[in-house]
Design a protein around this ligand. Structure first.
Ligand SMILES: *[C@@H]1O[C@H](CO)[C@@H](O)[C@H](O)[C@H]1NC(C)=O
Length: 360
């Protein structure tokens, strides 16, 4: 009955005003203010048809270098027989709630991707209602929340997809010592190690897998925290339950701490260079180049340890001037009983081996 009377109203409007858009003679999606050139019927509200957008509840996990599909579909309730012209917009939400970052916009068969997604993102439209986003060659910055938005006239509905990366979190301290980095320097320090500053979720995941570190470090959201699995006096107290100790938000320019970095799977490989004698840092860099490689970065060593089970009981130089070695199968004379990347800090004068990194 309601539908019928609506159809009548529509017909009246249409007959009285030939310039009006005509939507299947069926549903109308905009509020019209008739200002004197129609038949004075006034407003027609959108009517009972709802636009629905569906995205997965659970986060999607991928890794660096992979191709990933962020699922999204839309439909109308009740179902419409004729397809409607819609606009699809994918954007990435920012951690600090500033303006979303444009990823891709599509109308009809035309689509355009933006910024760092240009040439790397496209829609997968296996059917007209599928508007999933494919991202090729995922990088560490792609981690985050994406909004799938369908714009149909004035109607606008959206869903959110969480994209997470499988990876490894490591604490980082530069060569000039403990608590030297403000937030911006902390971000840059991670990027120099082929990593990004870790999010709270990434640190939490690492803590639940056993990460214990008694130095406070910056996280992506501008807070400073550290993960404790074995409560002890200097690390928040013996009586406090295991968990992430939180110093809260700190001044991004004025306050200085260490940082937690995050890295994911690695393209290429990290290896301990076979070399007849021990090297200085400068000799080590040259030795990797002579082997058509580069000296490895800290994030690359962690990544190889975590994802390739790199296991080597020989201390070697890394690009930042630190000396470390990766152990996945703990054994006597090879550091602590847990797997991990062992660190000798930043030695000044001694000679060591070297870990090199080769693309592909
Ligand atoms: C990703 O997709 C591209 C293009 O289809 C393909 O060449 C590449 O091998 C894919 N990468 C992975 C890791 O599957």
């Amino acid at each position: 009955m309601l539908l019928l009377s609506l159809a009548v109203v529509l017909l009246q409007v249409d007959s009285g005003h030939c310039g009006l858009p005509f939507y299947n003679g069926f549903y109308y999606d905009r509020v019209m203010n008739d200002n004197g050139n129609g038949n004075g019927n006034g407003e027609i509200q959108f009517n009972g048809v709802r636009l629905m957008v569906e995205t997965p509840q659970d986060a999607l996990f991928t890794y660096r270098g992979a191709n990933v599909t962020l699922p999204c579909r839309f439909y109308y309730v009740p179902k419409l027989d004729t397809p409607r012209r819609i606009r699809i917009k994918w954007s990435k939400l920012r951690e600090d709630n500033t303006k979303d970052q444009d990823v891709l916009v599509a109308v009809g068969s035309k689509q355009r991707s933006f910024g760092e997604f240009r040439g790397r993102a496209h829609l997968q439209q296996s059917s007209p209602q599928q508007v999933s986003l494919v991202i090729h060659n995922v990088n560490l910055h792609d981690y985050g929340r994406y909004r799938c938005e369908i714009i149909d006239g004035l109607e606008d509905e959206s869903g959110v997809v969480d994209l997470e990366l499988r990876g490894v979190v490591f604490p980082y301290q530069p060569h000039h010592g403990r608590y030297m980095l403000n937030f911006y320097e902390a971000k840059a320090a991670c990027e120099e190690q082929d990593a990004v500053i870790a999010s709270f979720e990434q640190l939490f995941q690492a803590w639940s897998e056993g990460l214990d570190w008694c130095n406070a470090g910056w996280l992506l959201d501008g807070t400073v925290q550290y993960p404790i699995t074995l409560p002890r006096e200097p690390c928040g107290g013996k009586d406090l339950a295991p968990g992430i100790r939180n110093y809260g938000e700190r001044h991004k320019h004025l306050h200085r701490f260490d940082v937690f970095c995050f890295s994911s799977a690695l393209k290429g490989k990290v290896y301990y260079l076979a070399h007849p004698h021990k090297l200085t840092l400068e000799e080590a860099k040259q030795a990797c180049q002579d082997d058509k490689a580069e000296i490895a970065k800290v994030g690359q060593l962690y990544s190889a340890w975590k994802f390739r089970n790199l296991d080597r009981c020989d201390a070697g130089w890394l690009a930042d001037g630190s000396v470390r070695y990766p152990v996945s199968k703990p054994r006597p004379n090879c550091g602590p009983p847990e797997p991990g990347v062992r660190s000798f800090g930043f030695p000044q004068a001694e000679k060591y081996g070297v870990y090199c990194y080769k693309m592909s």
